[in-house]
Design a protein around this ligand. Sequence first.
Ligand SMILES: Nc1ncnc2c1ncn2[C@@H]1O[C@H](COP(=O)(O)OP(=O)(O)OP(=O)(O)O)[C@@H](O)[C@H]1O
Ligand SMILES: [Mg+2]
Length: 237
Amino acid sequence: MNALLKVDGLRAGYGQAQVLFGIDFSVGEGEVVTLLGRNGMGRSTAIKCLFGLLEVTNGSIEFAGERIGGLPSYQIAKRGLGLVPEGRQIFPNLTIEENLVATARARSNHALKPWTLDRVYGFFPRLRERRANLGSQLSGGEQQMLAIGRALLTNPRLMVLDEATEGLAPLIRAEIWHALGELKAEGLSLIVIDKNLRPLLDLADRHFVIEKGQVVWSGDSSALRADPRVVHEYLGV
Ligand SMILES: Nc1ncnc2c1ncn2[C@@H]1O[C@H](COP(=O)(O)OP(=O)(O)OP(=O)(O)O)[C@@H](O)[C@H]1O
Ligand SMILES: [Mg+2]
């Protein structure tokens, strides 16, 4: 399979503190991949590098056959990478609808079905009902749907979700997992970072376990299910 995203030897950090010590992973077209690991192991740091939010010290990031490491964030987004960031980061003083259209972008050079405002409202009907409400007036679950809807409206080819179910009630979490399953079914490639292993095992094709800024294990869901040692040693559950 040709990789849509290929990360090789990624190194990065904050000032003098190196956090990533040569991370390698890849995502195929239509594939769902996870980055697993305990708190503070460097998953969000790797994501910041993908989106040009943190300088890459060394290594290469290739997306759709093109090197994107070092490009400014807007150029990376334009090439089809969509981010649902840690902490959601919606605009509190904009309405749902304003949040959605603020960063919307027409579909570029890929075959996925285009996302429009109407389609996002169909996907998350709650957002339509509350379209005139300010970001600050939303529940955690609504904010999360908004963050996902906003990323979908950039018409990504690969969407990255960093802790998308964090702090949500179980029923809302289930809704988010269901939504991600639907996105996978229509061929969207995903990188999902989450603390809940069980839904990740059901959803994802492959997993990369990160420990102290390096990938220490990778494999598919059946391999991970069959290896409780990995789960215990690196994920602490
Ligand atoms: N802005 C920052 N400045 C300095 N150090 C940071 C910064 N952000 C993260 N770090 C440090 O980098 C390391 C990796 O953090 P990162 O956010 O990538 O972890 P993570 O794997 O996403 O875990 P989690 O989200 O569960 O905390 C941690 O030691 C963290 O303290
Ligand atoms: Mg994180």
